[in-house]
Design a binder for this molecule. Structure first.
Ligand code: ADP
Length: 185
């Protein structure tokens, strides 16, 4: 005998009722974690791809004090808010501690990571397997950006800006301004 799936009953006006199986009503939420120091067009490309696959994408900015970021947590959050915060089904948040714990607290079933080149692979593979051993319910999904962004990283963008180069094709305007503000001080 097959077991009936749990159901939620919706009560609409006019006395009309219908049932939605719970497995269909659950929101599919993914976390896209990173330092975002600062957000680049590569990150935005990944966010755009991820939001088509999930009901909600939570872009989670890691505190990452040990990495000594160029931008403070507030600045990184503000730049993301300005560039991706108004995109439908994208939410910007901060997190510290274990990513799998944050995913659990957010009721998210997936973690998104960007894969640019083979050089990303080893570290990402290790992280994904470690996260799986900590919480097997959270799946890591890798997304590839547009080819032109595969060589792009926050680190390279900061280096170019520090040396006075033009970064306007790699980052949104507000980020380019913030970078020139940092290095003209
Ligand atoms: P982290 O410190 O976690 O590596 P980053 O902000 O550098 O933080 O990167 C966050 C995620 O975004 C990582 O999965 C990284 O591989 C991905 N990413 C960064 N830049 C790009 C890019 N140009 N294209 C695709 N993915 C990217």
């Amino acid at each position: 005998m097959t077991k009936a799936s749990p159901r939620q009953t919706s009560h609409l006006p006019f006395g009309f009722h219908f049932a939605i199986p719970l497995r269909f009503s659950r929101m599919r939420r993914a976390i896209y974690p990173g330092s975002f120091d600062p957000v680049t067009n590569g990150h935005l490309d990944v966010i755009e791809r991820a939001r088509k696959l999930f009901d909600e994408v939570v872009v989670a900015v890691a505190h990452n004090d040990e990495k000594q970021p160029l931008f403070s947590l507030e600045q990184r959050l503000d730049l993301l808010q300005e560039t991706a915060g108004r995109i439908e089904n994208v939410r910007i948040a901060e997190f510290s501690g274990l990513l799998v714990e944050f995913a659990r607290a957010q009721n998210a079933g997936a973690v998104i990571r960007g894969l640019r080149a083979v050089s990303d692979f080893e570290f990402e593979f290790q992280m994904a397997l470690m996260n799986r051993s900590l919480n097997a319910a959270v799946e890591t999904i890798f997304l590839m950006p547009k080819e032109e962004y595969t060589y792009l990283s926050s680190r390279i963008v900061k280096e170019i800006a520090r040396l006075g180069g033009n970064v306007s094709t790699f980052v949104p305007d507000c980020v380019a301004k913030a970078l020139s503000g940092k290095f003209s001080q």
